[in-house]
Design a protein around this ligand. Structure first.
Ligand SMILES: NC(=O)c1ccc[n+]([C@@H]2O[C@H](COP(=O)([O-])OP(=O)(O)OC[C@H]3O[C@@H](n4cnc5c(N)ncnc54)[C@H](O)[C@@H]3O)[C@@H](O)[C@H]2O)c1
Length: 251
């Protein structure tokens, strides 16, 4: 991976950083010498990752919490700030892609899917924006998904949340551009995490993935982590309000 000297010492918050793409992002920022705080509901995986990276000399802190609880999210970010200082980079990564047939969705389940896939992205941004304003700038990177662009079925509240992320990104970029805060989205294609391997990657599905992508290789969490580093770094200092699709040419 490229080295971005301006990321060294930066305070970075990653949501959903214990496993999957978020874990790759936590590892990538730690390797840049950033001070990384990550939030996740998976206490065992998060603690193991913190222990491993701390033993390697990285400044990493894990807060076990449920991002559907906004006070817990705010408290988690406050703890990271107290430990490492004002937040300079936020990666809104956490989500949950549980399938939900439209006819079975209740009002409560609808709200819960929005809470796990969209609401925390706004409130995490709200929690770090004053730090970024006070320190002359910052970068927020929000994960969308090609699922809504490609017209996937079977999880309409997930796809609604993931398309809404782009509207939020463009509005926040407009509102806070004057503070030199850049807000961008990454739209991953099918990224082969451990969870995707275990749950969905049958030989048939893999063949379809390959047929739909222009590039035939599998896309991995590190591919998304590299793009995240770039967008967080000064090398992307002219870029805001944009969406970067990283899907091997699927959509
Ligand atoms: N993997 C893919 O193919 C793919 C494709 C498109 C978009 N994305 C997006 O990329 C991001 C990461 O995806 P992933 O595949 O690594 O997801 P994942 O499900 O493998 O991991 C998400 C992380 O978020 C955490 N999390 C889930 N619910 C939480 C909650 N309520 N509170 C705190 N933490 C919680 C999980 O414990 C996990 O560590 C998501 O925003 C996802 O929508 C992924």
């Amino acid at each position: 991976m490229a080295i971005y000297p301006d990321l060294s010492g930066k305070v970075v918050v990653v949501t959903g950083g214990a496993t999957g793409i978020g874990e790759a992002i936590v590892r990538a920022f730690a390797a840049q010498g950033a001070r990384v705080g990550f939030l996740d509901i998976d206490e065992a995986a998060g603690s193991a990752l913190m222990t491993e990276l701390s033993a390697d000399g990285h400044a990493v802190h894990f807060e076990a919490l449920d991002l559907r609880n906004i006070s817990a999210l705010q408290a988690g970010i406050a703890t990271i700030r107290k430990l490492f200082g004002p937040v300079g980079v936020l990666v809104n990564n956490a989500a949950h892609d549980e399938r939900h047939p439209a006819l079975k969705v209740t009002p409560e389940y609808f709200d819960e899917r929005i809470a796990v896939n969209l609401r925390h992205q706004f409130f995490a941004s709200q929690a770090v924006l004053p730090d970024m304003q006070a320190s002359g700038g910052g970068a927020i990177i929000c994960m969308s998904s090609i699922s809504w662009m490609a017209g996937f079925g079977g999880m309409p509240i997930y796809t609604a949340s993931k398309s809404a992320v782009l509207g939020m990104v463009r509005s926040l970029a407009r509102d806070f551009g004057g503070d030199n805060i850049r807000v961008n989205a990454i739209t991953p294609g099918w990224i082969i995490t451990k969870r995707q391997l275990e749950l969905w990657l049958t030989p048939e599905a893999d063949a379809e993935r390959s047929a739909r992508q222009s590039l035939k290789r599998r896309i991995y969490p590190d591919d998304i982590a590299k793009l995240t580093l770039f967008l967080a770094s000064e090398d992307a200092s002219a870029i805001t309000a944009q969406n970067y699709v990283a899907d091997g040419g699927w959509v």
